[in-house]
Design a protein around this ligand. Structure first.
Ligand code: BG6
Ligand code: MG
Length: 222
């Protein structure tokens, strides 16, 4: 039997939380007098909480004390969590559960590879946690995407070689991380944004069962 490692990003791939990160960052940025556009938000996707705030401050030309910085990080996360606490299965993105179930049924190894420190509670909320053999999140990495660390740890936990892994990502930083790790990168989202990915789909409903079969058999390559 063919076995591959399938590593899923969380925010914007499994669940529709990218919109909540956007709302929380926009509120925070505006509260300190910094404009925040959708294009800037795109640059924060896949990027850690600390790095995101650093970028927002740089865009607004602001310098803060350490205490102010950490206060704003907490504010952003509290606001984000107020959305997350209301989440349920309805916020799982289309055909994600189906894809996970097909992969499990076919004996594939499945991991989460996310920058978020909120990954486990989110997966619990939407009742998907038990589908993952390994979870690698923002609490486990020292180098953020586009560094490949998160995916390399994932491959190791799944006992798979990086070249036998496939990554699903909605962020530019994540696609770059997968490419640097020498894994097949599959962009979930817009072609214009994710053009560095090996393959791109708008969402999982567009991914045929033949394509998934091809990934498992190795007929579909990087
Ligand atoms: C990534 C998101 O998955 O996680 C980013 O794309 C977010 O937008 C990052 O900043 C960190 O998430 P959290 O939940 O630890 O603030
Ligand atoms: Mg993402």
């Amino acid at each position: 039997m063919h076995k591959k490692g399938f590593i899923f990003d969380l925010d914007g791939v499994i669940v529709d939380t990218a919109k909540y990160h956007f709302l929380a960052w926009k509120k925070l940025a505006n509260s300190i007098g910094v404009d925040f556009s959708e294009a800037q938000n795109e640059q924060l996707k896949g990027v850690s909480r600390v790095r995101s705030l650093e970028k927002i401050l740089a865009w607004g030309n602001k310098t803060l004390s350490e205490a102010e910085f950490s206060g704003l990080m907490d504010l952003k996360n509290d606001d984000y969590l107020s959305y997350i606490n209301k989440m349920d299965e309805s916020e799982i993105l289309p055909d994600v559960t189906k894809t996970l179930d097909v992969l499990i049924e076919k004996g594939q190894a499945i991991a989460l590879g996310s920058a978020s420190k909120n990954a486990t509670p989110i997966l619990q909320k939407v009742h998907l946690l038990e589908k993952f053999e390994a979870i690698v999140d923002g609490n486990d990495v020292s180098k953020a995407k586009p560094d490949p660390e998160v995916f390399l740890i994932g491959a190791k936990l799944l006992k798979m070689k990086p070249e036998d892994c496939i990554v699903f990502e909605d962020s530019v930083a994540g696609v770059q991380a997968a490419n640097t790790a020498n894994m097949i990168s599959i962009g979930i989202g817009e072609e214009e944004v994710l053009h560095e990915a090996d393959y791109i789909f708008k969402d999982f409903t567009e991914m045929s069962s033949d394509f998934v079969e091809g990934l498992i058999s190795g007929d579909i390559k990087k």
